[in-house]
Design a protein around this ligand. Structure first.
Ligand code: ADP
Length: 442
């Protein structure tokens, strides 16, 4: 009886079985490959001590032959597996969307994949043996290529953006990674370059940058225009208002009732224009003034706003309360203006109850969310967005005075700080204005 036993685990049951069947002796011979046992052959006999020396040497030879056969079969199947693995990897390289080029150490191209021929216009036959220099566009200086070669010749991976030239002369931009490949002795023998065509992305980025530059330029021009116009308009307006006051003072008795009404109307018009110009100036200042972002205690910011509004708060009987507010990196002057506008609206748009205003702040996902809540007349949901646009008011000037610029200023201030402003309200139920300020370590 002869059975190839590969492991100890499978050996024991066979021995027991053999003894049960009446076999009295056994001879185990190792199966060796390069001097290492990878299994054993055990021969059982019904006779005790039944193996002769010449039989044993024959069995040893036979086992050695068997071991060679098994080893060669194993190697063969390993080769087949390796070959299959290689073919699989080659298929991946061939079908990759990225262009792949393998060059020898001398720089000559040895292998390209179909994506390379598609990208460059060079067929495989045309590419093989050529130096990738044929793709040079002339858009990079010597230092650029020097840095690339120094990196890869030192065995490091190079990654960068390269403008290259196709066979038809057109230019394209690629993102390229070159990896040096070394033999077992550590000497670089090849370079593998993987390239991704980013031409359309680059073009889109450039177009976007151009139009955003243009937009930024015209925005700045508009802001400067608004600033200069409102600033320069103030002067003649002051003169008009001054002369009107003089006319009213000196000629009040010389004109009839109708005339006095006309003069009063003109004065009111001048005052309104003064308020409009002031608000417009404030709005354009938010955009043009340099960002003076500094750590500020928002409790002090709010206190300044309340001090500025003290007269209105006292005469209206408003009750203003607030929670503890955080320290934040902000333009504190603009924050004062923001609170001032929101609180003065909360007083202005009061209901028949005395105004009750509460300011609070809570930290939420890397930003602070502030709220200014009132018990005033409220706003219909359909106007939530509109009120933040310049000159958009929901009431006539007779009902509630104002220019319709205050909330546009608030929006601009909040957005300049990288935040958002919105309102939640119901007519008759009061309004809550919310704004967020990113929590940049104060
Ligand atoms: P103004 O106050 O000069 O009218 P704003 O831009 O500050 O301009 O406000 C725009 C409009 O939003 C106001 O005319 C008003 O209709 C509405 N509004 C603003 N704040 C409140 C508030 N707290 N309660 C009710 N309505 C408000």
């Amino acid at each position: 009886m002869c059975k190839n036993m590969q492991t100890e685990g499978s050996f024991a049951p066979w021995r027991e079985e053999a003894l049960k069947r009446g076999y009295a002796s056994s001879l185990s011979l190792p199966l060796l490959s390069e001097g290492k046992a990878f299994g054993a052959v055990t021969i059982y006999s019904k006779q005790p001590d039944s193996f002769y020396t010449d039989e044993i040497s024959l069995l040893v030879d036979l086992t050695a032959e068997m071991a060679r056969g098994i080893t060669s079969l194993r190697l063969h199947s390993q080769h087949t597996r390796d070959e299959q693995q290689l073919r699989l990897q080659l298929t991946v390289l061939q079908s990759a969307a990225n262009a792949i080029v393998i060059t020898g150490r001398d720089g000559a191209i040895e292998w390209v994949n179909p994506a390379f021929t598609k990208l460059t216009g060079y067929s495989t036959a045309e590419a093989i043996g050529k130096n990738p220099r044929v793709l040079k566009s002339g858009m990079h200086d010597k230092a650029f290529y020097k840095e690339m070669w120094t990196t890869i010749l030192n065995g490091r991976v190079w990654h960068g953006e390269v403008v290259n030239k196709r066979k038809d002369g057109s230019l394209y931009t690629e993102e390229m990674t070159i990896t040096p490949f070394s033999n077992q002795e550590g000497a670089i023998t090849h370079f593998v370059a993987i390239k991704q065509d980013v031409t359309s992305r680059k073009q889109a980025e450039e177009a976007l940058k151009k139009s955003s530059d243009e937009l930024a330029g015209s925005n700045l021009e508009l802001q400067q225009f608004a600033y200069v116009a409102s600033h320069d308009l103030q002067e003649p307006l002051r003169a008009v208002a001054g002369y009107l006051s003089l006319v009213e003072e000196r000629y009040r008795d010389k004109v009839d009732e109708q005339g006095r009404l006309h003069i009063a109307g003109a004065i009111q018009g001048a005052e309104r224009m003064h308020a409009l110009i002031n608000d417009l100036l404030e709005l354009s200042r938010v955009g043009t003034r340099a960002n003076l972002i500094k750590p500020a205690d928002m409790n002090i910011v709010l206190k300044t706003a309340l001090d500025n509004l003290s007269h209105r708060i006292n005469t209206s009987g408003a009750k203003v309360t607030h929670d503890a507010l955080p320290m934040l990196n902000v333009d504190s002057n603009q924050m004062v203006l923001l609170f001032q506008n929101l609180i003065s609206n909360a007083i202005k748009f009061q209901s028949d109850q005395p105004p009750q205003i509460h300011i609070s702040a809570k930290s939420n996902a890397g930003q602070w969310e502030f709220s200014v809540r009132d018990n005033g007349i409220g706003i219909e949901p359909k106007h939530y967005e509109r009120i933040f646009q310049i000159f958009q008011r929901l009431h006539t000037r007779k009902e509630y005075p104002g220019t319709g610029i205050g909330l546009a200023i608030c929006k601009k201030i909040v957005e300049r700080h990288g935040g958002r402003i919105w309102v939640e309200s119901m007519p008759g139920k009061g309004s809550t204005f919310y704004f967020t300020i990113p929590d940049k370590e104060a």
